[in-house]
Ligand binder design. Sequence first.
Ligand code: CUA
Length: 366
Amino acid sequence: MSTEEDTGARRADRRTVRQMVIVGLVASALGIALGFSIHWFPAADSTQADKIDTLWDVLVVASVPIFVLVTTVVLFSVIKFRMRPGEENLDGPPLHGNTRLEVIWTAFPAILLVSLCTYAYIVLRDVEKAPAAAKGPERVVNVTGRQFAWTFAYDEGGKRFQTAQLYLPAGQSVKFKLHARDVIHDFWVPDFRLKIDAVPGITTSYRVTPKNPQALGAHDIVCAELCGLGHAYMRSTVHVLTPAAYRAWVRKMTTRAPAAGGATSKPLTQADAKRLFVSGNPSTNAIACGSCHTLADAGTSGQTGPNLDKGLKGKNAAYIKQSIENPNAVITPGYQANIMPPNFGQTLSSAQIDALVAYLAKVTNK
Ligand code: CUA
C-alpha cells in the first residue's frame, strides 16, 4: 500500500468515527429528552422523595447516553460494514488491538460506576438518617403485614392502640418497624418513595417525614411483594394530618374503647348490610364482600371466593359469622386458605358483622 493510499484510508476512517460520534450524540440527546419528558412518578410527598427523584434524574443522564451510544455504534457498524455480495469468502483486516482505546473503555465505566455507587450511598445514608435528637423521642409505628392486610400499632405517650389505616402528622419524622406474620410482604407508599420488605422473623425499618403541608391528605399504601392470591387486595391508606388534627385523632383513639365497636346507636338495617356487602367500608379499609363473592340478592358476581348463594345455603348464623371473622376455620372445597382477609373482625364493627350475618342468612336461605 502506498503512502498516498494509506493517508486516504485513514481519512475515511476518521470520517466514519466522526459520523458515528455525531449520530451517537444526537441520539443521546433525544434519549435524555425523552427520559425527562415522561412523567415517571406520583407526587413527591416526603422530604426523602426529592433526593430520590434527583438520584433518578442523575441516573437517567448517566445511563441513557451510554445505552444510546452503544446501541447506535452497534447498529451503525452493522449497516456500514455489512457483508456485500461477492465478499462471502473475504477475511477482515488483521487487528492487533488498541491499547489506548482499551484503557479508556475500562477506566471510564469503572470511574462512572464508582461515582454513581458513591452518590447512591450518600443519598441512602441521607434518607435513612435519624431526625435531630433535640425534637424528642422519634415516633415509631409498628407495621405488621399478613395475608392480606396491614395493621398499624401505635404507642403515643405510653398509650397503645392498633388501626387498619395509617395516620401520620405532617412535618414529623416517623420510623416504621416492619413485621410479617406469614410470608414476605413489602410496605410501600409510592408518594413517599421508600419501601422495604416485611420478613417473618426479623424486623426491618425505614423513616419518612411527610411534607408539611404538601402531603396533607390521603395516600395509597400497597404491598410490593407478590405474597399470594390476595396480594392485589393488600392495600391500605395513609392519612397525613396537621399536627393538631393528629393530636385530636390520637386523643379520640386513646379515650375510646379500643374494640372496633363503631358504637352506632341505631341498629343496622338489611339495606345497610346489603350496601356494606356491595361497597365495603372504605373508612376502615374493609373491602366489599361482593368484590370476591357472587350473591344474587346483592347483584354481585365475584369469582375469587365461593358463590354464597350455594355455599351458605342451609348454614346457620353462627357458621356465617365464623366465616367472616375467622375465614380459615372452614375452607370450602375447591378454595384455598388465606385468600379472604382475616381482619374483618377489626375492620367491621360488631354491629356491621351482625347485620351482614342476618342479611346473608336471610337471602341465602329463602
Ligand atoms: Cu402482601 Cu403482597
